[in-house]
Design a protein around this ligand. Structure first.
Ligand code: TXA
Ligand code: MG
Length: 329
């Protein structure tokens, strides 16, 4: 298959309408879109991504009041959250409407729904005129794609097209809140922090991922993992210790990558590093995180050290992605 690189939103929308699989930018990460009411299109999407069939997709809409296209009802808490945070990096889990293909929700009776804030994404969905199922646009288990070039790196020849766009502003995926449970639960931390959610709805609780009641099957699969092994470090001393333990010989020349947001002095290490980035803020760290992991892989580096982000707000979401990228394979 020849993957088209498009700048024309009309052309991308026509492809989606006719059952195509099209990657597009959003404010979080690139999405890999297909018509959520078309079983064949959804099958092609799962195949292209190599996604396990038990991991449900998020369905994207162009406007809040389109929710009846995907959901049977809108729990009051979801209405309040959408009023405040949509369009934006928030996904709400709702009772599923039958027109949405069972494969989209992995057979669940609930559906995840998001209204992206990115203008190209909203125009595309509006023009396509169908609800658009879209996981992150990367091969399953890889770091998410936040540039169209990274999307092609994973999916060239496997999808119909990628719509070019600016680098994604947030850089990590949306916050996911299950509004079908009592209390409602935060399933995945994201750009909208728990405290901002709780300011609107204090009853929202953090999901215990090990609980059998937590119905977010996607949490079980490996995620965000570069080829290089990843280690999280808190500070420079811990990094020094780890380097001495793990790379005692002189042969560690330029096989390592290091990124952080502050206070990790890399001047001493520079001869060991193939790649190093210090980000000025947590926002910038999150925005460039996946691209940093991909950059280390492009250079064939062996190990990546990432400084943990400060806790709270976006830092919690970034640390969640880091922990999962560092999880045992
Ligand atoms: O920012 C984002 O959310 C991006 C952009 C493209 O919108 N999309 C994204 O999709 O991150 P994906 O497929 O990589 O992650 C979807 C997450 C998974 O953790 C999945 O388990 C959860 O949403 N999910 C989807 N449907 C669900 C449902 N019915 N119940 C519970 N969790 C669900
Ligand atoms: Mg993903």
């Amino acid at each position: 298959m020849n993957t088209l690189v498009l700048t024309d939103i009309d052309q991308a929308a026509a492809l989606l309408r006719s059952g195509g699989v099209v990657a597009f930018p959003t404010e979080t990460v690139f999405g890999l879109g297909a018509d959520a009411t078309n079983a064949q299109a959804i099958q092609r999407l799962f195949n292209a991504k190599g996604r396990p069939s038990d991991n449900p997709l998020i369905v994207h809409l162009a406007a809040r009041d389109h929710w009846p296209r995907v959901a049977r009802s809108l729990p009051p808490i979801a209405a309040r959250l959408l009023e405040r945070f949509a369009p934006g990096p928030l996904t709400v889990v709702l009772p599923k409407q039958p027109a949405i293909q069972a494969a989209v929700t992995a057979g669940l009776d609930t559906v995840a729904m998001r209204i992206p804030a990115h203008s190209q994404a909203r125009q595309l969905i509006e023009l396509a005129g169908v609800p658009v199922a879209a996981p992150s646009a990367n091969r399953s288990s890889r770091p998410s794609g936040t540039t169209w070039q990274s999307v092609l790196e994973d999916l060239d020849g496997l999808i119909d097209a990628v719509l070019c766009g600016d680098t994604c502003e947030v850089g990590i995926e949306s916050t996911v809140v299950d509004c079908t449970t009592q209390p409602p639960r935060l399933l995945r931390p994201g750009a909208i922090s728990l405290s901002r959610l709780q300011a609107i709805a204090p009853e929202i609780a953090i999901a215990d991922r090990d609980s059998p009641q937590v119905n977010s099957p996607g949490l079980r699969h490996p995620h965000y993992q570069p080829q290089a092994e990843l280690q999280i470090v808190e500070n420079a001393q811990q990094l020094e210790r780890l380097l001495v333990e793990r790379f005692p010989g002189p042969d560690r020349e330029r096989r390592l990558a290091l990124c952080g947001y502050a206070g990790l002095d890399t001047t001493q290490l520079s001869h060991q590093l193939g790649l190093a980035r210090q980000f000025a803020s947590v926002e910038s760290y999150a925005r460039h995180f996946y691209e940093f992991l991909r950059g280390a892989d492009r250079l064939g580096l062996q190990s990546i050290f990432c400084q943990a982000a400060p806790t709270g707000g976006l830092g919690d979401a970034l640390n969640d992605r880091m922990r999962r990228a560092a999880a045992p394979r």
